[in-house]
Design a protein around this ligand. Structure first.
Ligand SMILES: NC(=O)c1ccc[n+]([C@@H]2O[C@H](COP(=O)([O-])OP(=O)(O)OC[C@H]3O[C@@H](n4cnc5c(N)ncnc54)[C@H](O)[C@@H]3O)[C@@H](O)[C@H]2O)c1
Length: 330
């Protein structure tokens, strides 16, 4: 099938070209993101392959349909950027990669927790400059701390298992209670008691209308003073301005984020010689107890191999009229 990639980087073409050896797709790569100005570039392509910050709203989908596009293949798990209702009305199918490596994101979550706690990023710079002073580097034992996980799906569960290995007490909340939570030793609880009792809170639920700004002024007020907040899921789960106020008051003592609600204008690009216009983001960067990574939690070779293989199989299934195992519907 003719497939046009939007927002593609060298690592995308490397992994997709390798995986395409077992398929016969014709893959073309564009660096530009998908939006209402670029949708016309898909003229003559049966499928487009998009990523987390591409725009696939009703207007863009209509433009794609006019070019002859019949399949939207997401090379990621989240699908909050696609208007599924509009896709259905236009007769377009949407497929995604529901699971690739939950370890990639769960392990990055731990990287954020450990770095914020033990300040290895600051220690690295100090030691390079011959500064071996320990002032300001004091952390705490993770062993015995209570960690609250919101969302206990694939990534939440792997994160819970790792944290249990550190000797943490793990509280968890999800809209659905499943037997495996008990097996892992997660104490299933409601949100209020998770907020009230957790030393660290980490978000692993999808972005939906129900979870938009789940972390806001009112919920932050229910948390333990000095809490550590980690978000590797989606930026808009968190009201950034409310978090900034809580960082200033000390209610939140550490913040680790791999995602940001306005990340589409920033992440995945080298903007080091430009003036960043987002004042809220720049305020976040100014805190020494905030650690930001640019949506890299998924970025392991294992995950990329898996994403490429599953995406190309999704496209082959569509082309050959087979059941679409990874279809997402409104
Ligand atoms: N930073 C990254 O690179 C990266 C990579 C992959 C996924 N993600 C994010 O991680 C999220 C989780 O991924 P996953 O593979 O574990 O997904 P998953 O579908 O396996 O699990 C999501 C869990 O969240 C629960 N949930 C849904 N609505 C909820 C709510 N209102 N409150 C609490 N729980 C709720 C679901 O019941 C499910 O158990 C994805 O939605 C995506 O946004 C980020």
């Amino acid at each position: 099938m003719n497939v046009l990639f939007f927002s593609s980087k060298v690592y995308d073409s490397t992994f997709f070209n390798a995986a395409n050896k077992s398929h016969q797709h014709k893959l073309s790569y564009l660096e530009v993101p998908l939006n209402k100005n670029t949708a016309v570039l898909a003229n003559g392509y049966g499928a487009v392959c998009i990523f987390v910050n591409d725009t696939a709203n009703a207007e863009v989908l209509r433009l794609l349909a006019e070019q002859g596009v019949k399949l939207i293949a997401l090379r990621c798990a989240g699908f909050n950027n696609v208007d599924l209702g509009a896709a259905a009305e236009l007769g377009m199918k949407v497929v995604r990669v529901p699971a690739y490596s939950p370890y990639s994101v769960a392990e990055h979550t731990l990287a954020l927790i450990l770095t914020l706690n033990r300040k290895t990023h600051r220690a690295y710079n100090r030691v390079k400059e011959g500064n071996f002073a320990l002032n300001g580097l004091m952390g705490f034992d993770l062993n015995g701390k209570t960690v609250g996980l919101i969302g206990l799906g694939k990534i939440g569960l792997v994160t819970a298992k790792i944290l249990k290995g550190f000797g943490c007490r793990v509280l968890g909340y999800d809209i659905e209670k499943r037997g495996e939570f008990d097996e892992i030793g997660i104490e299933f609880t409601d949100l209020s008691s998770l907020y009230a009792n957790s030393d660290i809170i980490s978000l692993h639920c999808p972005l939906t209308p129900q979870t938009h700004h789940i972390i806001k002024k009112e919920t932050i007020a229910q948390m333990k003073p000095g809490v550590m907040l980690i978000n590797t899921s989606r930026g808009a789960l968190v009201d950034t301005k409310a978090v900034i106020a809580a960082l200033k008051s000390g209610q939140i003592k550490y913040l680790g984020i791999d995602v940001y609600e306005e990340e589409a204008d920033l992440f995945f690009e080298d903007l080091s010689d430009r003036v960043i216009q987002d004042d809220v983001f720049m305020r976040l960067l100014s805190f020494n107890n905030v650690l930001i990574t640019g949506h890299q939690a998924f970025f392991t070779s294992n995950a990329l191999e898996s994403i490429a293989g599953i995406t190309l199989q999704n496209i082959a299934d569509f082309e050959q009229g087979r059941q679409l195992e990874n279809e997402v519907k409104a």
